[in-house]
Write a protein that binds this ligand. Structure first.
Ligand SMILES: Nc1ncnc2c1ncn2[C@@H]1O[C@H](COP(=O)(O)OP(=O)(O)OP(=O)(O)O)[C@@H](O)[C@H]1O
Length: 273
């Protein structure tokens, strides 16, 4: 996108699945960078991500992205009025549950991320394939290019989904438990690549994440959901951030953690109960 993204916000989002109300009055405003979405199982993280993408569930409220134009002027784009194709320029999605894609190479899958920029029934061209190839290379998975989506591992498929989201060049990425199922090295590689990509492209991402240590290590802001409501939003820049983070984790999970300074830097440690 030209210019830069500034903020992603939700205003009074209420979401239902069938007759059941899942999310209540969710409002927040995220700045650029990586935003961790935390909450216990069933607290509504996936539902929130899907509602923001207008996928399936009935909802009311507004989601908007604030963009900065080249001249510095800020413009707010309300996403509810946009078609799926237009919306895809503002938001890319990496789902929690991944489909396998028979007879589709990883490269052909990743290049689908260019669809919002192609004409009706227009096939991706050489430039689109080059971009897809570059992203695969940047993620260190070029070796998967000609493999089939249904013949690679779950973790490899997850990386392919991330590559597709990056090729989409949306203002924000919404990633539902992207690190689950990745090995220890790949998990950290994943977050290092993601934070570098966000910095370079001046875009943002929301990731739902269950590991509070991973979240503490890589996220700039933290959206905390509890029983379908926004419990709080924390920022690493808050003066009392560490104390508040520990307090929220204890409230959510009933477990105490501490921060400790080690020769490798500051780290978070769980006390075994
Ligand atoms: N298809 C559905 N029909 C009815 N209720 C549903 C459906 N999908 C989810 N729910 C309910 O909505 C609530 C929120 O679910 P959601 O998947 O958003 O939680 P989550 O925070 O992403 O959970 P997890 O961490 O386990 O992935 C839960 O109470 C869940 O049981």
């Amino acid at each position: 996108m030209s210019g830069g993204t500034v903020k992603l916000s939700a205003e009074k989002l209420n979401v239902w699945i069938g007759r059941k109300k899942i999310l209540n009055d969710i409002s927040f405003e995220c700045r650029l960078g990586l935003v961790g979405l935390l909450g216990r199982n069933g607290s509504g993280k996936t539902t929130l991500i899907k509602a923001m993408l207008n996928l399936g569930c009935r909802h009311e409220g507004e989601v908007s992205v604030e963009m900065q134009k080249e001249g510095g002027e800020a413009v707010r784009v309300r996403l509810s009025g946009l078609s799926g194709r237009e919306r895809a320029r503002y938001m890319a999605y990496v789902p929690q549950e991944l489909h396998s894609w028979a007879h589709c190479t990883v490269l052909d899958f990743v290049v689908m991320g260019r669809s919002p920029y192609l004409g009706w029934l227009q096939n991706p061209g050489k430039r689109d394939y080059n971009e897809a190839g570059e992203v695969l290379e940047a993620l260190g998975i070029s070796f998967l290019e000609q493999r089939y989506m249904d013949q690679i591992s779950g973790g490899e498929r997850k990386m392919a989904y991330l590559a597709r989201a990056r090729v989409q060049k949306a203002a924000w990425m919404l990633l539902d438990e992207p690190a689950a199922g990745l090995d220890f090295g790949r998990q950290h590689q994943f977050f290092e690549d993601l934070t570098k990509c966000l910095r370079e492209s001046r875009t943002g991402a929301i990731v739902s994440i269950h590991d509070p240590v991973l979240a503490y290590t890589y996220c700039d802001q933290f959206l905390i959901l509890k029983d379908g409501r926004m419990e709080t939003m924390l920022s690493r820049e808050d003066e009392d951030f560490e104390d508040m983070y520990l307090l929220q984790l204890e409230r959510l999970y009933g477990r105490r953690a501490v921060f400790a300074d080690t020769s490798e830097g500051r780290t978070m440690i769980w006390r075994r109960t």
